[in-house]
Design a protein. Structure first.
Length: 328
């Protein structure tokens, strides 16, 4: 395949790049902004600021040249992201850049021979929901703390649907649950809850304390990065054979949820350390309590199922942290 991966140096993008670059018959153009992607036999890295119109055009012109004017799939993993700290203190952080870059990308694709565009959304628009979220769940309220990013994601999904009406490209949007694993952000200023927990536990001294914001009873659906990539591979292989719809929206999750306290406890156990878990009820927290159902995936006959349990995922993430992040 000829693949253009946007945001290939980020968390999800790097996991995607690692998987598809293993197959030498794939030719890949991979954009990066902060962490350089080195050229290999079948990977061609390109530095780009995708919030800039001229650089978005430059990316697609470069991809046309490298990929013989035929882009089989654009995997849009580029995003301005951060964790709960920024979501609470400066909620606009996730809105403007993401709206601008995706609008520019979708418009520029009209000038190029792109067969399939895949957009990584997320399940933040379900943040006010209790129970199981499905693709048919009506989005009529998003928690105030996620109002900006939640409606931005919904808008970008609708932008994909809008561009699909021009019948030039197939579009797929994936509302994935909380992804964790290798290449996550592990610095405490910008990380999500899971990455921050790994770093806090792994840098704590035996006998110390781990502070959890709030009562820790909020629940999240977690999905290991390789399970996300596994679905992506099947999606790319089967999308045109399963349906001729120009636009599809998929949920992607484990179908289960786990409390914050339970995740922290599991990470502490996997670390082998003796640590006390304390809840800071005065600290800001976000109340979440839903799991993510995969009804449309099953409806179309995909064979995908999540394979990595959260216990396995935690162990693998800790091992990756030891071998990679801890050496920085």
């Amino acid at each position: 395949m000829n693949i253009l991966i946007l945001g290939a140096s980020g968390f999800i993008g790097r996991n995607v790049l690692d998987y598809f670059s293993k197959y030498k018959e794939n030719k890949i153009v991979a954009t990066w902004k902060t962490r350089r992607i080195e050229d290999t036999e079948n990977v061609f890295g390109l530095s780009a600021d995708l919030t800039t119109e001229t650089e978005v055009k430059m990316v697609f012109d470069f991809a046309d040249k490298i990929l013989d004017n035929k882009i089989d799939v654009v995997i849009q993993a580029a995003a301005t992201t951060s964790g709960s700290k920024d979501a609470l203190s400066k909620p606009w952080y996730h809105v403007t850049d993401n709206a601008v870059m995706n609008s520019l990308i979708l418009r520029e694709e009209l000038n190029h021979n792109v067969s399939h565009h895949i957009f990584f959304s997320c399940t933040v628009m379900y943040s006010g929901l209790k129970g199981m979220a499905t693709e048919d769940t009506k989005i009529d309220h998003i928690d105030d703390k996620y109002f900006g990013v939640g409606w931005t994601k919904v808008y970008l999904e609708k932008m994909c649907e809008f561009y699909s009406r021009f019948k030039k490209t197939k579009y797929t949007a994936i509302r994935h649950s909380n992804i964790y694993g290798p290449y996550d952000k592990f610095d405490l200023d910008h990380s999500h809850f899971f990455g921050a927990t790994i770093t806090k536990v792994m840098t704590a001294k035996d006998g110390g304390d781990i502070i959890v914001w709030g009562n820790g009873e909020d629940k999240r659906d977690f999905l290991y990065a390789t399970d996300l990539v596994g679905f992506l591979n099947e999606l790319i292989e089967k999308r045109f054979g399963i349906t001729d719809k120009d636009y599809i929206l998929f949920n992607l999750g484990s179908g289960e949820n786990t409390t914050t306290n339970e995740v922290v406890r599991k990470v502490v156990e996997a670390s082998g350390k003796e640590l006390r878990i304390l809840n800071d009820l005065s600290a800001p927290s976000i109340s979440i309590s839903f799991s993510v159902g995969n009804a449309v995936i099953k409806r179309y006959g995909f064979g995908w199922e999540p394979r990595i349990t959260i216990e396995e995922g935690i162990e693998q993430t800790i091992q990756w942290w030891k071998e990679n992040y801890n050496k920085k």
